[in-house]
Design a protein around this ligand. Structure first.
Ligand code: G3I
Length: 360
């Protein structure tokens, strides 16, 4: 005896009424913010097993290293764009929002950039000319294809003052505004960002707010601040993250979470000698750490969703735990578990918890 029609209709209506949860990060947060990952050369060259996972889950990508000064401009007058070209082509092939990272940084910039001859510092005019040449060449090459640039990365010290770098020592404080000026000249349509870490901590955040308010008052075309988001299981608090997003939004800036990962290991320090506690979870995090990671990512994404009006993007700094920079940082021989996908590319419980925070 077939059930009466109303019963079947009721079942169908009940099924349709259940919200179908998106199975990917990019789909879950569509309408809120883009979700992305930093890719290494093997991943954007399609040579890594997790390449397919990156295409499935993310709608924006950042280059972990391919567009830093060292790899693309290793010596005077010599540019190497093979890796960066593959990175941009990968993003275009998959219809992704392509980010450029980074034009000005105190790391991975070859020594020659700051020298007039070995061991002798260049003068202001020389370094400005080199900076302009680099930015016009690199940004100009991908004009209209790379949609947003981390123009200046990590220009602040932990106390909020300007970090003592060769850029500051040789050019002066206006190296920052000059870099944005050159990038805007090279691609007027590109979004331009200031990118830094630990901006959730009051002193450094205050320094960044001062810097960005000054840039905006000068008419510098900075669109967004990148909160890198290299966090620990408990710090900074999700509330501090939310307050930080609000603080930069109040300046009229957009906000990107640009390099998100959660360090699950006990603190270590550069120079630590190998000791038993240094690599506590070589085979994977114990259940209590996995639970803590799940709760941490759920709280962070609940905060991102609550502040989605100010957020353009949340980018993870890596795809799976296997290639994370946090393996072996700050000392070699540490096995970390900072992302949503484990070493085999399997989603962790944190992945499902993040999907559950998505707006209906
Ligand atoms: O490509 C060379 C290779 O040819 C050489 O054999 C090898 C050994 O010397 O080094 C390779 O370069 C390494 C590069 O990663 C690519 O693997 C550099 O030594 C190494 O320092 C570099 O580390 C990167 C680090 O930035 C320093 O640039 C990490 O992968 C990358 O995840 C990390 O990312 C930074 C962001 O750009 C800025 N915010 C902080 C974040 C974490 O430090």
């Amino acid at each position: 005896m077939t059930p009466a029609r109303p019963v079947r209709w009721c079942l169908l209506i009940a099924l349709l009424a259940v919200p179908v949860r998106a199975a990917t990060l990019k789909d879950a947060f569509t309408g809120a913010f883009r979700v992305g990952a930093a890719l290494n050369a093997a991943q954007f060259s399609g040579e890594a097993p997790e390449t397919a996972l990156a295409v499935q889950q993310f709608n924006t990508i950042s280059p972990e290293n391919a567009l830093k000064w060292g790899p693309v401009h290793p010596s005077p007058g010599r540019f190497r764009f093979d890796g960066a070209d593959r990175y941009v082509a990968f993003g275009e092939a998959h219809g992704m929002w392509i980010v450029g990272h980074t034009l000005v940084w105190h790391r991975q910039t070859p020594a020659w950039v700051f020298e007039s001859s070995p061991g002798h510092p260049a003068d202001r005019e020389t370094l400005l000319a080199r900076l302009r040449d680099h930015i016009h060449t690199v940004v100009g090459r991908y004009r209209g294809r790379i949609r947003g640039w981390d123009v200046v990365n990590e220009a602040l010290a932990e106390d909020g003052s300007l970090r003592q770098t060769p850029w500051l020592a040789i050019i002066g404080e206006d190296y920052i505004s000059k870099a944005f000026e050159f990038a805007h000249e090279a691609d007027p349509a590109a979004e331009l960002y200031y990118n830094d870490y630990n901006l959730e901590y009051p002193e450094k955040r205050a320094g960044a707010l001062r810097l960005l308010a000054h840039l905006k008052a000068q008419g510098v075309p900075v669109r967004a601040v990148g909160l890198q988001g290299h966090v620990r299981l408990a710090t900074p608090t999700a509330a501090a993250v939310g307050d930080t997003i609000d603080a930069f939004a109040a300046l009229g800036l957009r906000v990107n979470v640009s390099e998100l990962d959660v360090d699950v290991l006990p603190p270590a320090h550069e120079g630590d000698a190998a000791r038993p506690g240094l690599d506590p979870y070589p085979g994977g995090p114990p259940p209590e750490v996995q639970r803590a990671l799940t709760a941490r990512y759920a709280a962070l994404f609940a905060t991102f969703v609550a502040h989605r009006a100010a957020l353009d993007r949340v980018t993870f700094w890596g795809v799976t735990d296997a290639a994370s920079w946090l393996n072996g940082w700050p000392v070699p021989g540490r096995t970390n578990h900072p992302l949503l996908f484990d070493r085999s590319g399997r989603p962790k419980p944190a992945f499902d918890a993040v999907l559950h925070t998505a707006p209906r």
